[in-house]
Design a protein around this ligand. Sequence first.
Ligand code: FE2
Ligand code: FE2
Length: 498
Amino acid sequence: MDGDLREDLVHYFEQHHKLVESAALQLLLADGQPMVVSRELVERSEAASPFVTREMVEAALARRAPPRTGPLRTVPDRPALPRLSFELVREGFSGPPVAAQPLAAYEALFRSRFRVLARMLRGRPVLGNLRPIRELRATEGFASVIGMLRQVRETPQRHHLIVTVDDESGSLEVLVPKDSPGSRVPFLPDEVVGLRLQFGKEPGRLPRAVSVERPDVPPNRSVGRSAGPRRAIFLSDLHIGSRSFLAEPWGHLVDFLRGRGSHPELAATIEHVVIAGDLVDGIGIYPRQERDLAISDVVEQYAELGRRLSELPDRLTVVVIPGNHDAVCPAEPQPALPRALRVGLPSNVRVLSNPSTFALDGAVIEAYHGRSFDDLIPAIPGASYARPTEVMKRMLQMRHLAPIYGDRTPLAPLPYDGLVIDPAPDILVTGHAHTYGVDRYRGVLLLNASTWQAETEYQRMRNISPVPARAAVVDLSSLALATVDFSRSEPSFEGAPT
Ligand SMILES: [Fe+2]
Ligand SMILES: [Fe+2]
């Protein structure tokens, strides 16, 4: 019974775009009127926070409970809960794998992915007569399934698609006719889709997909936004320790943030810095990297990172996640930097895993380094490193940052799939591409933060032309954005700085 109630409560909060902490859920489940209290929480905290915390539940329970002794008193309404400037929602890395057998561990990972994404698809009107694959009956005419994509192939003559999907009960081949709406968005390996199927009269014919649904971001959702004119600046790919680290543009950034530049009033409203990975250049990441290194000891690289970050004003909250060049396990989700490498970092730096979801002044940020671009760009026709935000839209449609297993992005066999995008963020930020990109999709601001490394020999060889030393300054209340180019001594601004 408790399990059902738990699901109902989580679902109820999800419908109201709120994420409930497990400690808060525990308290609610122990109460006699969990739905009454939950409704009160949703109504009271409308727009104040995207989260339901243990403290909020405690406060709601205290409000309801009559005083045990003494006369009834009227208590003045509590002021609205103060908005925290930094709230951690979820770190992608959830501890080392628990299963001893690697196969069992990967099975648990994919089951977790399937269940979380299937929950987002279940209940949609278009997916009527939803069935486990094993229970499909061709005689019913129409039915729907939710499946994880195993394979796509083309029929030799007509070039229709035949997709194979699996659910927990079995697997199924489905025909997706060429030029049908469902065939327009390319299917990607290991993504989870909902398929509305039509069965033909003739026996042995494959069911046909009449509609393809993806988890996606809801089109109209309320979002947590900052109340005041507070801003965050987004950076990535510092590659400290590389000979190509752009020390001069970094100096311009430091001057700007310290209010010594042309827009001190803008700089004064910036409270947060987010750095989306590849903090240092690392060692042994690509062939003959040592020739490109100014600091060849990785511990020294992190010490230098600490010195660079202490140049920024210490009033700022600096959030950092690792990338594929950092000295943590490369399998994703990657854990946060270990203690030994954090010692030189200033105390205003928060070290999180890759990916991580957190709120800055109420705006929910999903930060992911972006290693999966290496797999998604070749898999999506027309995608390129020059326009990474197109790939980021696809991530939001799949509600997954790195679905493809067995290619260039190693996936860690954790019991919970930490690469699922949940909740839908206000801002999705990545790096890794060493370019700069801004776009919007269904109200989500997509940011591919630029690099602070000039072109290396290795990139020249791989035909990657970086767009370095740009920074995105985002107003957390309106999500309005200004781009600052720090590559020249007089930084230039694009977009509304005020
Ligand atoms: Fe990088
Ligand atoms: Fe990278």
